[in-house]
Design a protein around this ligand. Structure first.
Ligand SMILES: Cc1cc2nc3c(=O)[nH]c(=O)nc-3n(C[C@H](O)[C@H](O)[C@H](O)COP(=O)(O)OP(=O)(O)OC[C@H]3O[C@@H](n4cnc5c(N)ncnc54)[C@H](O)[C@@H]3O)c2cc1C
Length: 600
């Protein structure tokens, strides 16, 4: 007998799943999963972002959530075909729950589910007004005292936060706050974005002069409005700043620039926040039901404390404050740190004619940009992928369908191939004394990013300067102290310095909660970011998802949003739907609310 075609296999499986779930037969549903299965749910079943690992966790979740969720209509997604490669059958799928429409992805091994991704596309009855349902814009006909679009926008801006309270306040108007704001606007959730900088995009503009995005354009699109096809591959920081400013305007966001959130507190009885904002020097009190901290995971500078910093006579600043190299021509610069910012700043200082030394305390993962683009990202985010029919939404969902537990083993071969391809490059760096690593388990850059958000450099040219000695290197040492005119290292070396840049990274987003709300609330919600992989800077136990990001926290009404452009785009969809459901009073019982194992 001939094997069934992939479509038949997936349809049979989905029909069986549909029947078992509709009948409330959890055991029959669990039998359709492999023993080593993964079910990643973005909001549809769990009102959470959660991966169930193995049959027991699937069973437990279904027992808790099946009755409420009432899933139905499982099928291969409209217009899609299942495919089969190396014994894995996979397909895009669609389904419904009682309150939402879902889209997802399934991989079958031996006819049973190996990985299942279920994501919420839209809430029934609260669909975004798009396509056939787009707004008319004009109001045809005649009407006395009609208001124009501009007048309505002005009235909204005058009213919201003053005579009418927003449902949601987003603190931080970088790309994260902006992307989430755009989604909430489409869902008709009254929202104010509070940003202490004057203009949208300033958080990029204010970074060091030479900065260009390290990720390519295909990875960086914002929701709804992709970059045009002539947009550069690596966007210069001021250009991305301008794009964000334009986006904020055309997406009609209520964006309060020059407005700093000073403090926030939650009234458990009223289930409401009091958010104190200083807007253009005036204090305003906002009373939203939901508070999102989009204050940036790379925005709270980690400033080291070394003896003698107070007597050093030259310039010294954290990398986030570095103005650029222009005034340091012919000067001696010492850059403390060896990750992305350190490399970018060293290279720009060298280009400007400074004498530069990088101080590397511990090993760094370096990956050449070309190799990362070709071997790491091309299949999903590249021009070739676009030409082959890959869309941003599908790329995001394929990525989301790979459970974090098995991601390291999928990533390691990529970085092994990169190491082989760039063996000479790595040899030359090591010869120059540079301390290299490839992640604790050799799984490379992306896992480092997800686990600790640091520890790497995407090489766009500075490594060559390190290898050939143009950027001097002191590695395996730390700073002992500063004198009036030098930096003294732990091995006794004295580096004369006119400038010291501390490229020492950023603190946890948990610190924002402590600053703006209270230490108690910060400790209650715990560490933000990381997977619990038990690798450097990501202590266990295993959590299975990024801690506290885009999902309910231990503090009702408090959310964290952010990450790189890809994460901001993708996860803003699920955070916006969670907020919308709450606003509309749709029950949102959270399954598996994350326990707190680390306070920051
Ligand atoms: C040097 C560098 C290079 C990077 N390169 C890339 C890249 O190539 N691709 C990529 O995807 N990501 C990159 N990132 C990571 C990340 O995408 C950026 O940090 C990005 O800016 C994060 O956006 P965000 O909106 O989460 O935070 P931010 O852009 O940091 O925005 C947070 C905002 O919150 C505001 N804020 C803070 N506190 C308050 C308050 N109390 N009241 C009002 N406003 C407040 C700040 O002013 C700021 O504008 C890079 C980061 C750095 C530091």
């Amino acid at each position: 007998m001939l094997d069934k075609a992939p479509n038949g296999k997936v349809s049979d499986l989905l029909n069986a799943l549909d029947k078992a779930l509709s009948a409330g037969d959890v055991e029959r549903a669990v039998d359709l999963f492999q023993a080593d299965c993964y079910w990643r749910d973005l909001v549809t079943f769990t009102w959470n972002i959660k991966t169930m690992e193995g049959r027991d966790q699937v069973r437990e979740m279904l027992k808790a959530r099946l009755v409420d969720t009432k899933p139905s209509s499982w099928k291969i997604a409209d217009g899609e075909e299942a495919t089969e490669t190396d014994g894995i059958t996979e397909s895009w799928i669609q389904f419904e729950t009682d309150v939402a429409r879902g889209f997802g992805h399934v991989r079958l091994k031996g006819g049973l589910i190996w990985t299942l991704l279920t994501t919420m596309s839209e809430l029934k009855g609260y669909e975004e007004p798009l396509g056939f349902d787009r707004p008319m814009g004009a109001k045809h006909g005649a009407e006395r005292n009609r208001k124009t679009w501009k007048e309505e926008r002005e009235a909204e801006a005058a009213e919201l936060g003053y005579s009418r309270q927003p449902y949601c306040v987003i603190v931080g108007g970088g790309q994260g706050g902006i992307a989430l704001g755009a989604r909430l606007r489409q869902l008709n959730v009254p929202t104010i974005i509070v940003e202490k900088n004057e203009r949208p995009g300033d958080s990029w503009r204010k970074r060091y002069k030479s900065l260009c995005l390290h990720d390519p354009v295909w990875y960086d699109h914002l929701p709804y409005l992709p970059f045009p096809r002539n947009w550069p591959v690596f966007s210069p920081k001021d250009k991305i700043g301008d794009w964000l400013e334009m986006y904020t305007k055309v997406m009609e966001l209520n964006y309060w620039g020059s407005s700093e959130c000073k403090k926030a507190s939650y009234d458990e009885k009223r289930r409401e926040w009091t958010v104190v904002v200083e807007r253009d020097g005036k204090e305003i009190v906002l009373k939203p039901k939901q508070l999102v901290l989009a204050t940036g995971m790379s925005a709270k500078p980690n400033m080291p404390k070394f003896e003698g910093m107070d007597i050093f006579k030259g310039d010294q600043h954290h990398s986030s404050q570095h103005p650029g190299p222009d005034k340091y021509k012919g000067k001696k610069a010492v850059v403390i740190g060896s990750n992305n910012s350190a490399h970018d700043i060293c290279a720009a200082l060298w280009e400007a004619g400074a004498d530069v030394t990088m101080v590397q305390r511990s090993s760094t993962h370096v990956v050449r940009s070309d190799s990362l683009m070709e071997l790491g990202l091309a299949a999903l985010y590249s021009e070739q992928a676009v030409q082959a029919g890959m869309t941003t939404a599908k790329a995001d969902l394929i990525f989301a369908s790979l459970p974090y537990k098995i991601l390291p083993e999928l990533q390691t071969p990529v970085y092994n191939a990169i190491r082989e391809r760039d063996a000479d490059f790595y040899k030359r760096l090591e010869k120059a004394g540079f301390l290299l690593d490839y992640g604790d388990d050799e799984s490379g850059l992306f896992m480092k990013y997800l686990r600790r958000g640091s520890g790497y450099y995407i090489d766009v040219g500075a490594s060559e300067l390190v290898a050939n000695g143009s950027i001097k290197l002191k590695s395996g040492v730390d700073v002992k102290e500063l004198t009036e005119h030098s930096v003294i290292l732990t091995d006794g070396t004295e580096l004369p310095a006119d400038l010291v840049v501390y490229a020492t990274g950023y603190g946890s987003m948990n610190g924002w909660a402590a600053d703006l709300i209270s230490r108690e609330v910060a400790d209650k919600v715990g560490k933000v970011w990381g997977l619990g992989s038990n690798t450097t800077k990501d202590p266990g136990p295993w959590e299975g998802e990024q801690r506290n990001m885009w999902k309910p926290t231990q503090q009702e009404g408090l959310w964290f949003h952010g990450g790189n452009l890809h994460q901001s785009r993708h996860y803003s969809q699920f955070l916006s739907l969670q907020l919308k459901a709450r606003m509309e009073g749709i029950p949102t019982p959270v399954y598996g609310l994350q326990k707190v194992h680390h306070i920051n």
